[in-house]
Write a protein that binds this ligand. Structure first.
Ligand code: XBP
Ligand code: MG
Length: 261
């Protein structure tokens, strides 16, 4: 009961959202910036969606997730959990074992890496600059994501170079913890590794599940709206931006992500 009360007051406290202009101050004051990956560092969910569909076809399943279906399924975090949730909706579907789901996810992850390797998924606008500026300021950087270490490495090796991990003090992925977002586990694990107080950090997220996860860990949140979560409820966030280019000054035109047209 106490935990729920604490959680409510944390969410309440964050309801006092800052104006975007204060976003820069919020970022600069943080001892550490903790980044979500999918939808935040890059618009990757469209590639995840394509990779799922390629895996279904390879596995002889007549499943096809269009963007509307995928947008709804994204409420379930974790690719394996997402496939299981979809399968449970198909009452007449043939039984899929845990091993089947794991094999499907392995194939999907391989397709995702191939798509990332085409270079069609750059970092979102303003991300590279923010990472470089934070590093120059001596701020610590971390990652708290639901996806896998393999997917993080595929994306960041391609966009930041193979030595990307040297700039991050903690990288926590979905399978490192017992419960995925919106549970706070990945964020609590990052805080434990950084040995920092939650209130001294800032989480940068794109989805309500991510906002809830970070808020439950007591971390203030800056949201950058993304393709599939644009209309999520972000009322507990400290700041909500369309993208990080807004930090550089008045809203600028941001180029469309080529693959996310
Ligand atoms: C987003 C997710 C992941 C991806 C798919 O993670 O929920 O499940 O959609 O990747 P985040 P996997 O926004 O926390 O980075 O198939 O590897 O789960
Ligand atoms: Mg995300």
């Amino acid at each position: 009961m106490v935990a729920d009360h604490r959680e409510a007051s944390i969410m309440q406290a964050d309801a006092l959202a800052l104006a975007p202009t204060d976003a820069t101050g919020l970022i600069r004051r943080a001892a550490a910036l903790i980044f979500d990956v999918d939808g935040t560092l890059a618009e990757t969910e469209e590639l995840h969606r394509r990779a799922f569909n390629q895996a279904f076809a390879r596995h002889g399943l007549d499943w096809h997730w269009d963007r509307a279906v995928y947008k709804d399924l994204l409420r379930v975090t974790g690719g394996k959990e997402r496939m299981r949730a979809y399968h449970e909706r198909l009452w007449i579907a043939p039984p899929l074992s845990g091993a089947d789901i794991a094999e499907l996810h392995r194939i999907k992850t391989a397709h995702y890496a191939e798509l990332i390797d085409t270079g069609c998924c750059p970092l979102r606008p303003g991300v590279a600059d923010l990472l470089a500026e934070a590093k120059a300021r001596g701020q610590r950087l971390a990652i708290a994501t639901t996806t896998s270490h393999g997917n993080i490495d595929a994306l960041l090796s391609r966009t930041l170079g193979t030595r990307w991990a040297a700039d991050f003090d903690a990288v926590v992925a979905g399978d490192d913890v017992q419960h995925k977002k919106p549970a706070p586990d990945v964020y609590r694990e990052v805080l434990a590794r950084l040995k920092l107080d939650a209130s001294a950090c800032l989480a940068i997220e794109d989805s309500r599940n991510g906002l809830i996860a970070a808020s439950r860990a007591g971390i203030p949140v800056l949201i950058t709206r993304s393709m599939f979560f644009r209309d999520d409820d972000f009322s507990e966030a400290r700041v909500v931006l369309d993208d990080l280019l807004e930090l550089a000054g008045p809203k600028q035109k941001t180029e469309k992500q080529p693959h996310a047209q």
